[in-house]
Design a binder for this molecule. Structure first.
Ligand code: PEP
Ligand code: MN
Length: 340
């Protein structure tokens, strides 16, 4: 429920209403701006009667948010959320942000070759997995914390930010220390304990859509992180499971538009895990820019034939650079720009 107060509301009037709500066990989340005094009521508001709240002095308007997610909803905040990283990159602004790098961090040499190539092509955020959620327990599981430190070292040399996946709470503090964006993978989208734990830190989170999750479930997972105190959530559409087997997953490009309608959070696209085929990445990236996504996250490998994971969907550096040229050209006629 959102409560808008009158412009001339006094501090006492505001406090009176808010302490009444707190006594009922509800939470208050301020959403005021220079022009407007506004707050959200969090918790189980089903039994609250908006007309009862309007009786309090200073109340202008009371609106019930019909969606089950509140903090993530457009009703709660109209202006888009912009997340600023330590290296100055803004996600959710008018810049189309390109995150790129290998599926897995394999060695310092491999990471350096790829990081230098994607940086030269204009990417400012290095992706790479150090804890890998593999279908088979016999497949490469990632270099772990050693790989994380490697990523930091390589990224720092190139003034790049890093995004990498956290699979469990045991390494959370190290991730907060070494990464710029913590990725929650598709398989963990509904790992609610992990979401609550990450919500206690003020760190940008890339929340991938689950393999078979609805947009509402995805936004509810964002709500978990936000309700725990961390509002820096970036959504990532990475393809969903459908009956179609030609592609690895089915890229739900319209999900970007749906999220734009429903939420103020930034949304990016992962064409690599959606398509599973490198030949489709360029076109799907252009489509992501055209549909109004805030960016993409793309897998790149200098030697995809020998990649430890996801070689078939990885672009070679030259292909990535050519794609960046096309994105830049397309961005000249759109609102979002590529800044290289
Ligand atoms: C990844 O980005 O490395 C990854 C495993 O993606 P997803 O969780 O979307 O499958
Ligand atoms: Mn991958």
């Amino acid at each position: 429920m959102i409560v808008q107060m009158k412009k001339n509301v006094t501090k006492e009037e505001l406090e009176k209403l808010q302490s009444y709500l707190k006594e009922k066990g509800l939470g208050i989340k301020d959403a005021s701006s220079a022009e407007i005094v506004l707050f959200g009521i969090l918790g189980d508001t089903k039994s609250l009667d908006p007309d009862q709240i309007k009786v309090f002095a200073g109340v202008e308007n009371v609106t019930r948010i019909s969606s089950p997610y509140k903090l993530a909803s457009k009703a709660f905040r109209q202006e888009p959320t912009v997340i600023t990283l330590k290296n100055g990159v803004k996600i959710g602004s008018d810049e189309f942000v390109v995150m790129a790098g290998p599926c897995s961090v394999e060695s310092e040499e491999q990471l350096t070759i790829i990081a230098e190539a994607v940086k030269a092509a204009g990417s400012k955020i290095l992706r790479g997995g150090v804890f890998k959620p593999r279908t088979s327990p016999y497949a490469f599981q990632g270099l772990g914390i050693e790989g994380l430190k490697m990523m930091r070292k390589v990224a720092d040399k190139l003034d790049m930010a890093i995004v990498t996946e956290l699979m469990g709470t045991e390494h959370l503090e190290e991730f907060v220390k070494y990464t710029d964006i913590i990725q929650i993978g598709a398989r963990n989208m509904q790992n609610f304990d992990l979401l609550k734990a990450i919500g206690k830190y003020n760190v940008p989170v890339l929340l991938k859509r689950g393999l078979s999750n609805t947009i509402e479930e995805w936004l509810m997972s964002a709500e978990y992180i936000m309700a725990s105190g961390n509002e820096q959530v970036i959504l990532c559409e990475r393809g969903i499971r459908t009956f179609e087997k030609y592609t690895r997953n089915t890229l739900d490009i319209s999900a970007v538009l749906a999220v734009r309608e429903l939420s103020h959070l930034p949304v990016i696209v992962d064409p690599s895990h959606a398509a599973g085929k490198w030949e489709m990445i360029e076109s799907l990236s252009l489509a992501s820019l055209a549909v109004g996504a805030d960016g993409i996250i793309v897998e790149v490998h200098h030697d995809p034939e020998r990649a430890f994971s996801d070689g078939p969907q990885s672009l070679k550096p030259k292909q990535f650079s050519a794609m960046m040229d096309k994105l830049e050209k397309l961005s000249t006629v759109l609102e979002k720009k590529i800044v290289r």
